[in-house]
Write a protein that binds this ligand. Structure first.
Ligand SMILES: Cc1cc2nc3c(=O)[nH]c(=O)nc-3n(C[C@H](O)[C@H](O)[C@H](O)COP(=O)(O)O)c2cc1C
Length: 333
């Protein structure tokens, strides 16, 4: 229910004008449901949110109060209490029902904290007004700082090799491809072509892997990523963008797979000619990578070197080796 609603709704504001909450995507939103404007509890709650409003805004949040009151009643309430945040009229109770805060036709006091993507990250039910707005603010501030860290799915993604033999359902594979297809590309050319290999074709592809990629033999599906230089921008100075754009698509695919608990491990170690032949990829296309898909398995089944990599820390050069400020970083000797 919650996920379906998020910010996907439009309600009249206190002037009676329809307000599409999707306009707040990119900011945090505090959706607070209250039963009736002007009553003591609702007045205190509104005053508390109003007095903390500059601090909510400093953490890039909009406060949105929602009640079954008419726009006129909300307008009067806002004027009297000098409320500067958005008030919405949910007279038909659609939103309060959608958010599960309506009991026997009455709105329960509840607050939802939505993130920049419109996803509910925190919920307070049966709210007691004293101290509530302050608690919401503290939670928002914690979330705001947590979201400034490296994206957690990027941080935990690894090129894992230990796989289970279990199949990956078709709709999950489609989902990761969908994510890949949302990548940006030069002129929106979308030069990526994906071929999902399963069953007999997959078994044939596995014969084109070198011994070092033995671990991929357990994979229940692989995604071949192919493209052609003419499918994307070709600019001066050798700037052919097809490989770059396909790389971004695979990056998106891997992040999505990680979020879904899947392993998505791109490999370069395969014999491209037979793989192209098996999967009907034209000879003049570049078979950029095979993305090995699967569920994480037991590292005990890996060779020693791979087991150490699987369980060991992530290895990266220092940031200063790859990023310079106002000048190229020095290459390591
Ligand atoms: C283009 C590409 C090709 C790769 N080829 C292979 C491969 O053939 N076999 C393999 O075991 N790992 C392969 N890898 C995985 C890398 O070794 C791995 O991403 C790297 O060691 C960093 O580890 P991490 O992804 O866990 O941070 C490949 C990765 C990329 C991006």
């Amino acid at each position: 229910m919650l996920f379906q609603f998020g910010l996907n709704f439009t309600l009249p504001d206190k002037e009676g004008k329809p307000l599409d909450l999707r306009g707040f995507l990119g900011r945090y939103v505090i959706l607070y449901f209250f039963p009736k404007a002007g009553t003591p509890g609702c007045t205190q709650e509104a005053r508390d949110f109003q007095s903390l409003l500059p601090r909510f805004r400093a953490a890039e949040a909009e406060v949105v109060g929602i009640s079954p009151d008419s726009p006129q009643a909300l307008s009067k309430f806002a004027q009297k209490e000098r409320l500067e945040f958005v008030l919405l009229s949910d007279a038909e109770g659609k939103l309060s029902q959608g958010y599960g805060v309506s009991l026997n036709g009455k709105v329960q006091r509840a607050t939802f904290l939505l993130d920049r993507a419109g996803i509910v990250r925190w919920a307070w039910h049966k709210v007691r007004v004293p101290g509530h707005a302050g608690e919401v603010l503290r939670t928002l501030q914690a979330l705001y700082h947590a979201d400034l860290a490296v994206n957690p799915w990027i941080a935990v993604r690894r090129a894992k090799r230990a796989l289970k033999l279990d199949p990956v359902p078709k709709e999950l594979i489609e989902r990761v491809i969908e994510a890949a297809h949302l990548a940006p590309s030069c002129f929106n050319n979308q030069p990526w072509r994906f071929v999902v290999a399963q069953g007999e074709k997959l078994e044939a592809v596995k014969k084109a892997l070198p011994g070092g990629n033995y671990w991929a033999l357990k994979s229940p599906a692989m995604v071949a990523v192919a493209s052609h230089v003419d499918l994307d921008c070709r600019l001066s100075d050798n700037r052919d963008y097809f490989l770059f754009d396909c790389g971004m698509a695979v990056g998106f695919l891997m992040v999505q797979a990680t979020q879904m608990g899947l392993v998505a491990h791109p490999i370069a170690g395969y014999d491209p000619l037979p793989v192209k032949e098996i999967l009907g990829i034209p000879k003049d296309y570049v078979l950029i990578t095979l993305v090995v898909l699967g569920w994480p398995g037991d590292p005990a089944g890996l060779g020693e070197k791979h087991r150490e990599l699987e369980l060991g820390p992530r290895v990266r050069k220092p940031l200063s080796a790859v990023c310079g400020w106002n000048e190229m970083p020095k290459e390591e000797k």
